[in-house]
Write a protein that binds this ligand. Structure first.
Ligand code: AMP
Ligand code: ZN
Length: 486
């Protein structure tokens, strides 16, 4: 499915809030043929929680929308499969770091798929890119932007004049922050390690500086550049990554290449719980897989995109229940509309008003998504049309089949971009809905037989009993139809 100028004739440029410049900017990809996106993925020492899922889902929505808009997209999302937390957790569990990272990496793919997240084009693992990292570190050493102490290699921050440009932190703030983790061996407290000398019992790799393992920031610089080139269009991650992770990625990459590393920086605000950031270290997290055991995929997606990605979102049962209600309304509406799909003959008088409402929804949806992927407003446009459709369906002679067919098309198309209808995962209730439809149609057939025998008692009984179950039958000249009423 692609955005199409005939269908949606809005030829304005999309706008993205670039956290580098702290403003909305026109989105102009470097290569008009292909947008490159790098998104910082999880550190695989555990299952992912709903906070991680929010950031991953925002990337998925950005990618889906760009594709809808007609772009080709290459998305790279890394897995950090070696780090202190992985080593620590593996030791607690008595398994190797490699084994733990592998298991949790697989679990991450499984959970992402259950959330309807389309797989990244490349999902590089840090441990599979050690030569690229060593080569990047060597380049920085050759340029005098790094130094070696006891087998560890540090980045020399004072060699990068623009250090702090992403986070907006001034050198004095950076110094104050960096002093928290004092390492007397560093030339400057702001310097950070790109290569860590091996410690006994920890996984390590050969390098020109002795055995060791990479630091976190060098991973993303090396993997982004390997898979997407020296300059990428969009770099995404949670807001916690802006400093120091992304600041350090920029320092390493830009000093090594002399090119802009990423042209648009997108930072996703935190998912919170009881007003605090949801996080592993906070011990207040809800695992994505547990949420998906309790709610259908589309409900969890709806909840996670119910706020614009730059606004914090609170996890609570009420919000999920609201999303569940919204999805029920949407699905009921689409179920009722489905039978009009492909109908072109006008039989009512309400077509014009509904067609206006459809055009309004389309243009509001595109404007919302074009303006920094505002999913909250896009959902608002969809649900306004749902109300219009329901109104139109409840006044039977106003319901115009071609307009209803168009409403079905417009709604399913927009919902598919957001992945809240017919996501690429099995819907737990899909079989139930199909079976219900078959049973109601069977009852309608039996009722029709009764009517042709002039058995009005049976006919009325079927109609009245179905009404009690919120299924309303309408007798039209073409035969009986039915719809779900709330
Ligand atoms: P981690 O596994 O902690 O490296 O996180 C993986 C991704 O999830 C990163 O992009 C984080 O910024 C993001 N993330 C972590 N916690 C949250 C949260 N509470 N809300 C939104 N994004 C988060
Ligand atoms: Zn990263």
């Amino acid at each position: 499915m692609k955005w199409n100028e005939v269908r949606c004739p809005i030829i304005k440029k999309m706008k993205i809030y670039n956290s580098m410049n702290r403003q909305l900017e026109d989105f102009v990809p470097l290569n008009p043929e292909q947008v490159s996106i790098y998104s910082c993925g999880p550190t695989v020492y555990d299952y992912i929680h709903m906070g991680n899922a929010r950031t991953a889902l925002v990337t998925d929505i950005i990618r889906r929308y760009l594709v809808y808009r007609g772009y080709n997209v290459k998305l790279v999302q890394n897995l950090t499969d070696i780090d202190d937390k992985i080593i620590g957790r593996a030791a607690e569990l008595g398994v190797s770091a490699k084994q733990l990272a592998h298991q949790n990496g697989e679990a991450f793919f499984e959970d992402s798929q259950r959330l309807g997240i389309q797989p990244a084009d490349v999902a590089p693992k840090a441990t599979e890119h050690i030569p690229e990292m060593i080569s990047l570190i060597q380049t920085l050493l050759d340029k005098g932007a790094a130094y070696v102490i006891d087998g560890s290699v540090y980045y020399r921050v004072n060699q990068f004049a623009e250090y702090g440009k992403l986070s907006g932190r001034k050198p004095e703030d950076l110094l104050a922050g960096a002093r928290v983790e004092v390492d007397e061996r560093k030339e400057d407290p702001r310097d950070f390690d790109m290569w860590k000398a091996a410690k006994p019992g920890e996984p390590s790799w050969e390098s020109p500086w002795g055995r060791g393992r990479p630091g976190w920031h060098i991973e993303c610089s090396a993997m982004a550049m390997k898979h997407l080139g020296e300059t990428i269009d969009i770099h995404a991650g949670g807001e916690d990554l802006q400093f120091p992770h992304h600041e350090n990625e920029i320092a390493q990459s830009e000093l090594a290449t002399g090119c802009t590393f990423a042209r648009y920086w997108i930072h996703v605000a935190f998912l919170k719980i009881d007003g605090r950031r949801m996080g592993k270290s906070e011990q207040n997290f809800i695992l994505l897989r547990d949420a998906l055991d309790n709610y259908p995929t589309e409900v969890v997606r709806h909840f996670l995109i119910s706020a614009h990605y730059r606004h914090p979102l609170d996890y609570n049962q009420e919000s999920l229940a609201k999303s569940e209600g919204a999805l029920r309304r949407l699905n009921n509406c689409l179920d009722a509309l489905k039978k009009y799909d492909g109908q072109f003959e006008a039989n009512g008088t309400g077509g014009a008003a509904l067609q206006d409402a459809i055009q309004t929804m389309k243009s509001q949806f595109i404007t919302a998504m074009d303006t920094d992927f505002n999913t909250a407003q896009a959902l608002g446009a969809i649900f306004t049309l749902v109300s219009e459709v329901n109104r139109s369906l409840s006044v039977s002679d106003e319901a115009d089949a071609p307009a209803l067919a168009q409403a079905y098309q417009a709604l399913t198309e927009s919902c598919q971009v957001l992945g809240i209808y017919g996501a690429d995962v099995e819907r737990s209730d899909e079989g139930d809905v199909e079976q219900r439809d078959q049973l109601v149609n069977l009852l309608l057939e039996i009722r029709q037989d009764a009517r042709s025998r002039k058995d009005w008692d049976t006919s009325d009984k079927i109609r009245d009993r179905l009404k009690e179950l919120n299924i309303e039958i309408q007798d039209t000249r073409e035969g009986a139809t039915w719809k779900i009423v709330s």
